[in-house]
Design a protein around this ligand. Structure first.
Ligand code: NAD
Ligand code: UFG
Length: 331
């Protein structure tokens, strides 16, 4: 059985589907601070198997002890956390508490229970402002906001833990920009309030919930002046997690650090155009000032993941837009 923290969230729910379809039992632990319990029904509808679900918090040590005592958990995939860069500058303590204290509490419970396989959601944000592209895993790390800092710190905690005792099998997966949804249209990304990220915002413009998109700057040193990112289909990301789990479970101990991206970058304008074409909707936009803290361009070198895990992203921009649009039209 795999314990999936944050399993009703965007990436955790899609990964749960992939894990179940690969034959794993899944137990989800989520406090629902950024997701809804109906996601469990949707996962069951897709896979035909209902994952276990516990509404609870990763900072609740007594609850964790009980879960490890009562279930045959072999590995933990740790998605739970707060993820809004802007918000993290306003309420940094909530970010340090959830993302760092939460991860430490979870690791302590695992250590007590003798469960030592851990897959962690890190982020390309740990590379800071890229010094060279594509980004390889040995690129220097830095953080410009509290959210990014929590990812750096947890990456370091995991390295310390790995070296402190034998038998830990740890993967630090650095995601680029997840997009898309499950092809069934039953699960996808549901941001609360005003979306921070590009694609959910584009979707709300396409469906008429918002009049237009603000494009944050067109004076970057990129082909069309707008920001370039490596968008990866969330189902490819889910497959990457399964590959990382298989890799870890095949070894007596492991500390894997790898990018999960496609290796290709698309600009904001290219994303708008692709989504408009797939959806058949107009996406009105206006160019506004740069968003503070944004970088010009960021995409992954995927050689390490390909060579180590035998995994590469299979789905492209069209798949991301098509699957996102199917989900985005749900009432
Ligand atoms: P999400 O908000 O959709 O999912 C996170 C889930 O964790 C939510 O369901 C939320 O309710 C739950 N949660 C939060 N704090 C919790 C706590 N203390 N205890 C229990 N549950 C808790 O986010 P996501 O996009 O699926 O991201 C998953 C992970 O991937 C996060 O750690 C995030 O930082 C990381 N990540 C995301 C992106 C991205 O762009 N989406 C990029 C890089 C890394
Ligand atoms: N953008 C707009 N308008 C919007 C939203 C975004 O023009 O309304 C632009 C941004 O300026 C950027 C691009 O679209 O050029 C992508 O922005 P996102 O907010 O979707 O993604 P980021 O690359 O800024 O950040 C995301 C996650 C971070 C994570 C990072 C790297 O939000 O948590 O990817 O993985 F750290």
């Amino acid at each position: 059985m795999i314990l999936v923290t944050g399993g009703t969230g965007f990436i955790g729910s899609h990964t749960t589907v992939t894990l179940q379809q690969a034959g794993h039992d899944v137990l989800i632990l989520d406090n629902l601070c950024n997701s809804r319990p109906e996601v469990v029904d949707a996962i069951a509808a897709i896979t035909g198997t209902r994952p276990g679900f516990v509404e609870g918090d990763i900072r609740d040590a007594a609850l964790l002890d009980r879960l490890f005592a009562e279930h045959p958990i072999q590995a933990v995939m740790h998605f739970a956390g707060l993820k809004a860069v802007g918000e993290s500058t306003q309420i940094p303590l909530a970010y340090y508490d959830n993302n760092i204290h939460g991860s430490v509490t979870l690791l302590q419970a695992m250590q007590k229970a003798g469960v030592r396989t851990f897959i962690f959601s890190s982020s390309a944000t740990v590379y800071g402002d890229p010094q060279k592209l594509p980004l390889t895993e040995d690129h220097p790390r830095s953080a410009t906001n509290p959210y990014g800092h929590t990812k750096l710190v947890v990456e370091d905690i995991l390295e310390n833990l790995y070296h402190s005792e034998s038998g830990w099998r740890i993967a630090r997966l650095r995601y680029f920009n997840p997009a898309g949804a499950h092809p069934s249209g039953l699960i996808g990304e549901s941001p609360q309030g005003v979306p921070n990220n590009l694609m959910p915002f584009v979707a709300q413009v396409a469906t008429g919930q918002r009049p237009r998109l603000n494009v944050f700057g067109n004076d970057y040193d990129t082909p069309d002046g707008t920001g370039v990112r490596d968008y990866i289909h969330v189902m490819d990301l889910a497959e990457g997690h399964k590959a990382a789990l298989d890799y870890c479970q095949s070894l007596p101990q492991a500390l894997l650090t790898t990018n999960l991206g496609t290796g290709k970058g698309y600009s904001v304008l290219e994303m708008i155009q692709a989504y408009a074409q797939t959806s058949g909707q107009d996406i009105p936009y206006q160019i506004t000032a740069r968003r503070p803290g944004d970088i010009a361009a960021c995409w992954a070198d995927v050689t390490h993941a390909t060579q180590t895990l035998g995994w590469t992203a299979r789905l492209g921009l069209e798949d991301m837009c098509r699957d996102a649009w199917r989900w985005d039209q749900q009432p």
